[in-house]
Design a protein around this ligand. Structure first.
Ligand SMILES: Cc1cc2nc3c(=O)[nH]c(=O)nc-3n(C[C@H](O)[C@H](O)[C@H](O)COP(=O)(O)OP(=O)(O)OC[C@H]3O[C@@H](n4cnc5c(N)ncnc54)[C@H](O)[C@@H]3O)c2cc1C
Length: 485
């Protein structure tokens, strides 16, 4: 864990991600690049200007990643088709369709892809980044560390972090992509790659041909299994219970979200707008643990019963039928996200634990990079040369994304390990002081850890917000700039 810390810190210190830029000056360049992109999104213009053949992209999975990729592809003039198993299975919150946090970096990428769609998403969402957010002690409710999600975004001219209902996000994206492109009830079960094309095979036997296949089919990806073989996902040791309730805490205008920490369990409470609060209770327990006979609510009341009033109230105010349970899995990072004409994106490539709310944001960032690489594939040359260029573009995409995603992946695993060790006070169960039940002795290591996190976390959050940075610049754009100077 120490090694992960050192790695993370050195990346932040050196600003050595290759895809990041902390300076507002540089970011404004990126923004102007985005504006230029937007103005060149007319496919006919692109084709005429570049003389490019715009090939066909097949996408397995119509989740956040698949839909944003389809939108970006459509705007760059690619022919695109999305195969979605079941559009009603919006991942994350089961039947309640709870919201997802989109950080500034992901919102900026959405703006760069389609300003109008980004506006609709932001209008439907609830801004949380302009309030205080951070970690508190679960029992006392005292702040452990706070993040500033606002000033780093404002100073770079980025949209501010917000949450949006997953169903609304899906509706906006599906409408923008078009139901002629998103094929519902279409489960991809296999694919065949040939030198000049790739063919997807659906469960009912239908087959579709294209030039590229992107597996955006989530953590249990069939495309990934076919590429790299079946591997078990890793259980995080945590089960997540979640609920939505009308209870509005008195501090709602000043606090966006708080993560309450405790030994082997943590609890996140966030404002999701329209007078609703959402909460996630993460509890360390073996996989496939069955509910207590009293149900989930009773179990949570037992587990969090000694925590601060707000946690208890949120659980108590949520009806049993509104509490969902899901086990949290991720996978080890892999250094190759595809083979030949096939590439993986989002959770299919790099499923993350949700403790930093980054999986969807990373999927959105992937989309921009992938389309940007494919957009640079030249039309000239033999079929074999074009085929090589397509494969190279897909490998370049992964190469440019792996470092940033790898850091976030390491951070989510580290956060999970640290949470399992969170214990601010020494428990005096034996010895001469044991009868002093009110005596609280803080672990020295806890204070050190807190100071370290107070130093590192804000920097890490800025790095996440500033986000996709220089990787948004296409090679073509860099060359154009070099010529001008
Ligand atoms: C409790 C929880 C909270 C989270 N909170 C946040 C957050 O606040 N912010 C954030 O950024 N991320 C968050 N995440 C992570 C985020 O939900 C995922 O990282 C994100 O949904 C990944 O998007 P995706 O498109 O790659 O995959 P998915 O969203 O899983 O989409 C995959 C899609 O593919 C479809 N599919 C699957 N198999 C096939 C097939 N064979 N053929 C066709 N279609 C198929 C599925 O039906 C699905 O629609 C959270 C995750 C959890 C579990």
């Amino acid at each position: 864990m120490l090694a992960s810390f050192q790695y993370l810190n050195s990346c932040i210190q050196n600003q050595s991600y290759g895809i990041l830029d902390f300076r507002a000056k540089k970011y404004s360049k990126i923004r102007s690049y985005c504006v230029r992109c937007k103005s060149s999104l007319d496919p006919t213009l692109d084709e005429e200007k570049d003389g490019k053949r715009k090939f066909k992209i097949l996408i397995a999975g119509g989740g956040i990643g698949g839909l944003v990729l389809a939108l970006a592809a459509k705007h760059r003039g690619f022919e695109v088709e999305v195969f979605e198993k079941d559009l009603s299975l919006v991942r994350g919150e089961g039947q309640h369709r709870g919201p997802i946090q989109l950080m500034s970096s992901a919102l900026a990428v959405l703006e760069a892809i389609d300003e109008n769609v980004a506006k609709q998403i932001m209008a439907a969402g609830c801004v949380t980044g302009n309030r205080t957010n951070g970690f508190v002690d679960g029992v006392s409710g005292e702040w452990f560390t706070k993040f500033d999600l606002s000033s780093p975004a404002v100073s770079r001219g980025l949209p501010i972090t917000q949450v949006i209902c997953r169903m609304e996000l899906q509706d906006i994206l599906v409408n923008a992509v078009g139901l002629d492109i998103v094929r519902n009830n279409s489960e991809v079960v296999d694919f065949i790659e040939e030198p000049s094309k790739v063919t997807v095979i659906l469960e009912d036997g239908r087959q579709y041909h294209g030039d590229v296949l992107v597996g955006a089919d989530g953590i249990w990806s069939n495309v990934r299994t076919k590429l790299f073989g079946r591997r078990e996902a890793k259980y995080s040791n945590y089960t997540c219970y979640s609920g939505i309730t009308k209870l509005i805490p008195p501090y709602i205008d000043s606090v966006g979200y708080r993560v309450f920490l405790g030994l082997n369990q943590y609890f996140a409470a966030l404002d999701i707008g329209n007078g609703n609060m959402q909460w996630f209770a993460f509890h360390k327990q073996p996989p496939m643990s069955t509910d207590t006979p009293g149900g989930k609510k009773k179990l949570l009341e037992e587990k969090f019963g000694k925590w601060c009033d707000e946690v208890i109230a949120l659980i108590q105010e949520t009806p049993e039928s509104m509490i969902l349970q899901r086990e949290i899995y991720d996978r080890d990072m892999i250094c190759s996200w595809g083979i030949g004409r096939v590439a993986l994106l989002g959770d299919a490539a790099h499923p993350l634990q949700p403790n930093l709310g980054q999986g969807g944001c990373m999927a959105i960032e992937d989309c921009y990079q992938l389309i940007d690489e494919l957009d640079q594939v030249p039309n000239t040359g033999s079929d074999a040369q074009i085929s090589d260029a397509i494969c190279l573009a897909l490998r370049q995409y992964a190469k440019k994304r792996i470092r940033r995603v790898g850091i976030v992946h390491a951070a989510t695993r580290m956060a999970s390990k640290m949470l399992a060790m969170y214990q601010p006070c020494i428990q005096l169960k034996t010895g001469p002081l044991a009868h002093h039940s009110s005596l609280q002795i803080t672990y020295p290591a806890f204070r050190m850890g807190q100071a370290f996190l107070q130093y590192l976390l804000p920097k890490f959050m800025i790095w996440m917000i500033a986000g996709h940075g220089l990787s948004l610049k296409s090679q073509r754009d860099r060359e154009r700039e070099a010529k001008q100077t």
